[in-house]
Design a protein around this ligand. Structure first.
Ligand code: HEM
Length: 254
């Protein structure tokens, strides 16, 4: 029964996550950007914009320039999360179908990924404390800002519970997810009976479901930010809002 509920919930959440993010990206891509508002000093060529974007995504460059504390905690959390997620790949792929080299990479991440979980939770705790302790940040924080941090912290804590307190049968977890991935509708492998696993998976489901409606959308959103993705070329390239273009056509005809 529990297995069926989680199987259906994971199908539902996965579809919502993929369709939701795809729709958001479609919406972002459609928004007109008629003015050149690249934050200066900005690159004057397209490769320059790629480089700027890379520094922004890989190093959180503008955050580093504006606030060192948020950068330290934010960077710790995001890098920790990335390593933890890479470590999780083994729960979802069948090594028989993955090239050896990739599998080797995932295997090497395993020991680092374990400690990355600590970095992730430490970073999240720093960000959460800042939201409570710094008056002006607390003032502008909405309940969802706090809840999002708590959700991620509890996902991490329940993960650690499985690893250090109440060990879960990871092979069964893997068999369950592979049986979902192979779309064996009537042959879902049973999930192991484990409270921390149920908590971990329920919180992950909540995360997947709220992702397309929440501030977590900054992950794809950064690539559509005109202040970051525009080339600083207002003299070389003229940008016209649709309404201005229409006016121009009228005056041309006169
Ligand atoms: C369906 C998705 C997921 C499954 C099946 C899953 C499963 C697991 C399992 C079985 C463990 C225990 C590992 C062990 O004992 O060695 C674990 C640990 C952990 N999980 Fe997840 N998890 C999922 C998603 C996530 C997500 C989205 C996050 C972060 C936002 C996360 C964060 C963690 C952390 C921090 C740990 C402890 C450190 C580690 O083992 O890497 N998990 N997870």
């Amino acid at each position: 029964m529990i297995t069926t509920i989680y199987a259906l919930a994971f199908y539902f959440a996965t579809i919502l996550l993929i369709v939701g993010i795809a729709y958001r990206i479609y919406e972002y891509a459609k928004v007109p950007a008629p003015l050149n508002i690249a934050t200066t000093p900005a690159p004057t060529t397209v490769p320059g914009v790629w480089l700027r974007m890379f520094r922004e995504v890989a190093l959180f460059e503008s955050l580093f320039k504006s606030n060192k504390w948020i950068w330290i905690f934010g960077y710790m959390f995001h890098v920790g999360l990335l390593l933890v997620l890479i470590r999780h790949i083994r729960y979802f792929v069948d090594p028989r179908y993955v090239p050896d080299l990739i599998w080797l990479g995932i295997a090497y991440i395993q020991p680092i990924g374990k400690y990355a979980g600590f970095a992730m939770i430490f970073g999240l705790a720093g960000l959460a404390i800042r939201r409570i302790v710094v008056n002006r940040v607390r003032y502008i924080s909405s309940p969802s800002d706090h809840l999002m941090l708590l959700l991620l912290i509890f996902i991490g804590v329940s993960g650690f519970m499985m690893q250090y307190v109440d060990r879960t049968d990871i092979v069964s977890v893997k068999n369950f997810f592979l049986s979902l991935a192979y779309l064996n509708m009537f042959d879902w492998q049973p999930l192991p009976d484990s409270l921390p696993l149920m908590v971990h998976l329920t919180l992950v489901l909540i995360l997947m479901i709220i992702f397309p409606y929440s501030k977590l959308l900054h992950a794809p959103g950064i690539f559509f930010s005109p202040t970051r993705n525009q080339v600083d070329n207002p003299r070389e390239k003229r940008r016209l809002a649709p309404w201005a273009k229409a006016l121009e056509n009228v005056s041309d005809k006169k």
